[in-house]
Design a protein around this ligand. Structure first.
Ligand code: ATP
Ligand code: MG
Length: 158
């Protein structure tokens, strides 16, 4: 379905800000305009929820979480940045593999199965978008994902 995605993102962030016992506040760099994308709203909500909950879960001392949406010529680029533990360079691409968890002992304490990002990747790729991470150990993590701004025609390979 073709939906205006901006209120969907605000709604997700509002829900995190309201429900969490800790004080969670997002810096929102989100354009104040209507941006339509062809997506399954529940699935994109699931992806966003997982990435935001990771940003919270892996930032034990809190810190700023920035949620940014940038409109590029043919795609929408969403990024979620935290100031948490970070991930070292050799491991950063593996976090999208099923059941992969950096530092198993630490992750076990925090709970989870290691499936969140693998599922997110499947969903984003099914929407013809990309998902990737950039991180420096000890300096926080940014997860990016994109969504196409134009609908692909059936059978078109463009
Ligand atoms: P689940 O999401 O299934 O509950 P999970 O959070 O461990 O469990 P993923 O969301 O797939 O699984 O993340 C995989 C691993 O990537 C995590 O265990 C963690 O080690 C690392 N990771 C993900 N996001 C961050 C982040 N923002 N900062 C630091 N490490 C992260
Ligand atoms: Mg997760």
């Amino acid at each position: 379905k073709r939906i205006d995605i901006i209120p969907v993102f605000h709604h997700i962030l509002d829900r995190f800000e309201m429900n969490k016992a800790e004080l969670i506040h997002f810096e929102r760099k989100i354009p104040n305009e209507r941006i339509f994308v062809w997506v399954d709203q529940d699935k994109i909500t699931q992806v966003t929820d997982n990435i935001v909950s990771n940003a919270i879960k892996y930032s034990p001392e809190g810190g700023k979480i920035t949620f940014q949406v940038v409109k590029e010529p043919h795609r929408l680029k969403i990024s979620i940045s935290d100031q948490g533990l970070g991930i070292d360079r050799e491991k950063v691409d593996k976090i999208f593999e099923r059941f992969y968890r950096v530092d198993k002992a630490r992750s076990r304490e925090l709970g989870g199965t290691g499936l969140g990002l693998a599922i997110s990747k499947e969903i984003i790729e099914a929407h013809h978008g990309q998902i990737w991470a950039s991180s420096k150990e000890g300096q926080g993590t940014t997860i990016y994902f994109t969504l196409p701004l134009t609908k692909r025609k059936r059978g078109s390979r463009k």
